[in-house]
Design a protein around this ligand. Structure first.
Ligand SMILES: Cc1ncc(COP(=O)(O)O)c(C=O)c1O
Length: 405
């Protein structure tokens, strides 16, 4: 009888929560007993602990990461008529957050080897209306703080970080969330620090910004029934706050496990470069917190730097041109047949999303982002992913790509 291999999920929240189940149960029971469901004690405790972990003075819990971007930008004084520079290769929520702040997102392309915002392109996109740069610490890798500050200082711009994928990520000794005027986090369940529903946070060293977010999230009222700002209802609820408070002390070790898993993938995938598989580059060593582990499959960027394809170019051929390359989609399907789940982050760049055509972009505007969207594949990544499971994933990739079509 042949044995069916255990599936390898893309993320495994059950394995993460199981060892701390008793702590979670007790914390949730305490909230139920106290009944302080809105802006209760656990939210205040978690805000204080998260601010400290990020190395900033203030943290203000909101309903989700998208609201953290929108309210955070508003609190930094950004609104109608202001341009905010964002990467085209991000989750759409980055763009939505800017639009909800009533500002104009100005998109730029990304680096082909890290997939992070291209900082040369940022400089080119600056106009007299630009007020802020919004770097996204994509996949868990922090965008270079030194370069960001250089550009921001020359052009007198605010830096507002989208740190939704990079809780406690570091680069050059700086922690995600402490680099700009303010930063947004998401606690969506599968994030490095995730809750059991929706949640988000604005962190900042600026007490005025923090106070404004506190009002904006609570109907714009710094004092009950006194509505100084046009706010909304966007609070981190106490049950989510208490779950996050229990999980935060484990985040460092979970991030280390992610980084270890990534190093194992990197090592085992090195010989697969010949087959067209190249991992995204890590420019920040142990500071990369690997929310996602992303490879490029037979990408024009997979050789370390050939120029992007233009319209009309043919895709590259291997094996002396005798057969087309195996593509990302067939690889992902082959892995699924082995019980290995994968993802794509993201299959359609923001500028090509149907709802945002009115931003005025079209196909060809951001060739690197467009090409990555067709060649990237995110492999299973979560704390507790074993070396044996990673070996199985890599073996399955190799088996598929080595077979002729
Ligand atoms: C880069 C990025 N920005 C913003 C968000 C929005 O966060 P949320 O889903 O909590 O609104 C997410 C995650 O979903 C994200 O990955």
């Amino acid at each position: 009888m042949t044995s069916v291999p255990q599936p390898i999920p893309f993320v495994d929240l059950h394995a993460l929560h199981q060892p701390i189940q008793t702590e979670l149960d007790a914390a949730i029971a305490q909230v139920l007993a106290r009944g302080d469901f809105i802006l209760g004690q656990a939210v205040r405790d978690f805000e204080a602990a998260f601010a400290q972990a990020c190395g900033v003075e203030h943290a203000v819990g909101v309903a989700c990461g998208t609201d953290a971007i929108a309210l955070g930008l508003q609190a930094c004084g950004i609104g109608k008529g202001d341009e905010v520079i964002v990467p085209a290769n991000t989750f759409i929520a980055t763009v939505i957050g800017v639009l909800h702040a009533e500002a104009t997102p100005v998109l730029v392309d990304c680096d082909p080897h890290t997939a992070l915002m291209d900082l040369d392109a940022v400089e080119e996109a600056i106009s007299p209306r630009t007020r802020a740069i919004l770097p996204v610490h994509l996949y868990g890798q922090v965008v270079s703080p030194r370069k960001l500050r250089e550009i921001a200082a020359i052009h007198n711009l605010i830096i507002f970080e989208d740190a939704a994928q990079a809780h406690l990520g570091q680069r050059d000794g700086e922690i995600a969330g402490s680099i700009g005027m303010a930063a947004a986090f998401s606690f969506y369940p599968s994030k490095n620090l995730g809750t059991v529903g929706n949640g988000g946070m604005v962190v900042t060293a600026n007490s005025d910004v923090a106070e404004r977010v506190r009002s904006l999230r609570n109907y714009g009222a710094p004092k009950k029934y006194v509505h100084v700002y046009r706010g909304t209802n966007s609070r981190l609820d106490t049950l989510q706050g208490t779950v996050l408070k229990v999980k935060l002390p484990y985040l460092g070790q979970w991030n280390q496990q992610r980084n270890h898993a990534a190093q194992t993938y990197d090592r085992l995938l090195t010989p697969l470069k010949e087959l067209g598989v190249v991992p995204m580059r890590n420019d920040s060593g142990l500071g990369h917190v690997y929310h996602l582990y992303v490879i490029q499959v037979n990408s024009p960027h997979g050789d370390g730097g050939s120029p992007p394809l233009r319209d009309g170019d043919s895709p590259p051929l291997r094996d002396g041109g005798s057969r087309p390359l195996r593509d990302r989609n067939t690889l992902s399907q082959a892995l699924a047949e082995q019980g290995i789940q994968t993802g794509i982050h993201y299959p359609i760049p923001c500028h090509l999303q149907p709802a945002y055509r009115n931003l005025g972009y079209s196909a060809g505007n951001f060739p690197v982002s467009e090409q990555l969207s067709e060649h990237i594949l995110s492999l299973p990544m979560y704390p507790g992913l074993s070396d044996e499971e990673i070996e199985r994933v890599v073996y399955a990739i190799k088996a598929h790509l080595s077979t002729s079509s």
